[in-house]
Design a protein around this ligand. Structure first.
Ligand code: HEC
Length: 146
């Protein structure tokens, strides 16, 4: 076979492999499941955003850094609903108090509760396997790597 045909064949092969690769990557579904917040929690998320809780607090490490991360505040021993509400109602040194209705506070707590159920932060049990994959601790079976 003459050289130019060889190059053409090689180019066709590379373009095909590249196309298949892209098709596979962009059409395969992720293993992370879908997060479905309840209506109450979505309402709570809006209250969270409207009151700028995220300007001082983080979820999964993202947010402002004046206050602590609240990803797992709901399930932390000794904290939880009453504790969260107490902070909202009275504030502390650097945290202002928020004048929210009972329903708004309930929704906000529901948001933090459902956010908490999605995982752990920081994920201290993360483990780098010899093959390079990282295995982390999951809370919800939907997010388990298969
Ligand atoms: C101006 C910054 C600021 C804003 C805005 C803010 N916080 Fe805070 N928050 C803090 C700081 C700082 C602390 C830590 C206070 C301390 O322990 O002395 C804190 C503590 C907390 C705690 C206790 C955390 C723990 O681990 O013990 C909760 C719960 C909390 N905030 C909820 C909220 C919610 C909900 C909102 C929104 C409605 C909010 N905060 C808005 C600054 C803020």
């Amino acid at each position: 076979m003459e050289n130019s045909k060889k190059y053409l064949l090689l180019l066709t092969l590379l373009v095909s492999v590249f196309s298949i690769y892209n098709f596979t990557i962009y059409t395969s579904k992720s293993d992370y499941g879908t997060i479905h917040l309840s209506k109450k929690a979505i309402n709570g998320e809006n209250i969270w955003l409207k009151n700028n809780c995220n300007s001082c607090h983080q979820l999964y490490g993202l947010g402002g850094y004046l206050g602590p991360d609240l990803t797992n505040i709901y399930s932390t021993k000794g904290k939880g609903e009453v504790y969260i509400k107490a902070f909202i109602e009275s504030g502390v040194k650097a945290m202002p108090k928020f004048d929210l209705s009972e329903k708004e506070k309930d929704d906000l707590v529901q948001f933090l509760k459902e956010a908490d159920q999605t995982g752990y932060y920081p994920n201290i049990d993360a483990n780098i396997k010899p093959n390079g994959w990282v295995s982390i601790k999951y809370k919800n079976q939907n997010y388990e790597n298969k």
